[in-house]
Ligand binder design. Sequence first.
Ligand SMILES: [Zn+2]
Length: 437
Amino acid sequence: MKFKQLPALALALLLPFAAIAEEMLAPPSQAPSRPKNLVIMIGDGMGPAYTTAYRYFKDNPDTEEVEQTVFDRLLVGMASTYPARVSGYVTDSAAAATALATGNKSYNGAISVDLQKKPLESIMQKAQKRGLSTGVAVTCQVNHATPAAFLAHNESRKNYDQIAATYINSNADVILGGGQKYFTASMRAAFSDKGYQVLDDFSLLKDVTQPKVLGLFADVQLPWAVDEPEAHRLSTMTRKALKLLSQNTQGFVLMVEGSQIDWAGHANDITAAMGEMDEFAHALEAVEQFVRNHPDTLMVVTADHNTGGLSIGRDGKYAWEPAVIKAVKASPDTLAKNALASDNWQQPLGDALGFALSDEQTSHFEQARMQGKKVLAQAIKHEIDLRSNTGWTTAGHTGMDVQVFASGPGAELFIGNQDNTDIANKLISLLPKTAKK
Ligand SMILES: [Zn+2]
């Protein structure tokens, strides 16, 4: 008997069995082919020199091998970062975040708008239409360029107040970072009215059990990680965001940013940069652990661009001395501030830098100190650079490609060379096809 001649009833009975048989024959696999949850992690300014420097910074020099970092473990590919033609080859964080959030290139300064300044739908908006929860956790103000491109649309990243004012309509379930000064009492009340918990005390975050939370934990950006190494703010916010968002059985999209790697790069501050890298690495490990326990989650990590032209070695010398950086007990900003606040600053500064200041260094710092905090911080950074053999080429961005790291179902899509817009388009292709009913 031919299949097509089967009576309708028999077909109806057979088909479910065929489906079950096919399922039984499919290769056993723990993880589904399509992820339910997406975690996008962005190391702002984290070009390849940063992950390399971090490896040697973390290396135990007493063992023969150079130990792998979480970045080494998860590396799968590279991505170009150039913005729309009108802005040349070197992107800013806004155009790069627009590419990563929407899959479209735009001009430097654009917050998820196209060249005509028309809104581009972000992965967060697409995810919400499909019934997924969304969130961001960052160490800058939450309305800074990278998170803004995921939650808002604006013709300029500089319109901080306008961007913050639109967040009430972003419908993001979790918004964690800094930026109290941009959210007025009436804006916060509007969030409360919409069912959000609004927090500005980091210690209260641990008690939050329901999504719909706006946590603003600093006036502008969070403190340098190197100044409070035990705080682990980014990894704590990341773990909390994962916990809250995973309450949605349909899935979620979370964007996590190590925002101030870039700021350390702009400031040519290797001490702060390694502190921010360490905390971003902690956040990666938290997500890596979540992926292990939730095989339906895909994590994709990249940078938006490279900052500072960091070089591991300088002045023709074949050497880099991370032990010098590890010995520094606070950020140069904080060391300079402390030195200005006390007449008896020489000994404490030497102690905090991990070496006794020579007479020449003391008089050099003394001259810098008389010109104020900024100049003294510069002098301190320069001394650390010379001793550790760290180089910089610019206070801005450079156009080199960045790395792509991934783990979880769909990670193989990110292997090899790609453009930053491809990263977003691949992630968007992994969202459920059907809209929320
Ligand atoms: Zn930057």
